[in-house]
Design a protein around this ligand. Structure first.
Ligand code: HEC
Length: 118
């Protein structure tokens, strides 16, 4: 009994220490602020973000983008980081109503997530 309990504790601690190792597809806490509009796998208020990394902006089928977003950048690491820091300043006139990610650690985790989410 005791052994099982301690094994559980040790496993829990190991998972806490390595949040990115758990699953590449698991959304980080920072992505909670995106979920109202972005559902992975389908369009909602915002476009489907599955496979967004490396994609030209404004190109998901069936989503009605602003002209600004259609003329936006290709989503590499630098452009995603800039856009998610300051959506309005980076793609002026785009219609995503979001002020930007405030915490640097959330920003890094969300960009890392967008790189792998399919
Ligand atoms: C209030 C709703 C809303 C929130 C919150 C929101 N978005 Fe968006 N997002 C949108 C809309 C709408 C668009 C399309 C903008 C346009 O066409 O001008 C968009 C576009 C994008 C794009 C460009 C996608 C493409 O296909 O070119 C990315 C990347 C993105 N959002 C990421 C995020 C992330 C990451 C978060 C959270 C940190 C977030 N968004 C929060 C509504 C939202």
């Amino acid at each position: 009994m005791l052994t099982t309990k301690y094994l559980g504790l040790a496993l829990g601690a190991a998972l806490l220490a390595a949040p990115f190792a758990a699953s590449a597809q698991e959304a980080p806490a920072g992505f909670n602020q995106c979920k109202a509009c972005h559902v992975i796998g389908k369009n909602g208020v915002g476009p489907n973000l599955a496979g967004v990394f490396g994609r030209k902006s404004g190109t998901v089928d069936g989503f009605k983008y602003s002209d600004a977003m259609k003329a936006g950048p290709t989503w590499d690491e630098a452009n995603l980081t800039k856009y998610l820091t300051d959506p309005k300043g980076t793609v002026p006139g785009n219609k995503m109503v979001f002020a930007g990610i405030k915490k640097p650690e959330d920003l890094a985790a969300v960009v890392a997530y967008l790189k792998v989410v399919k």
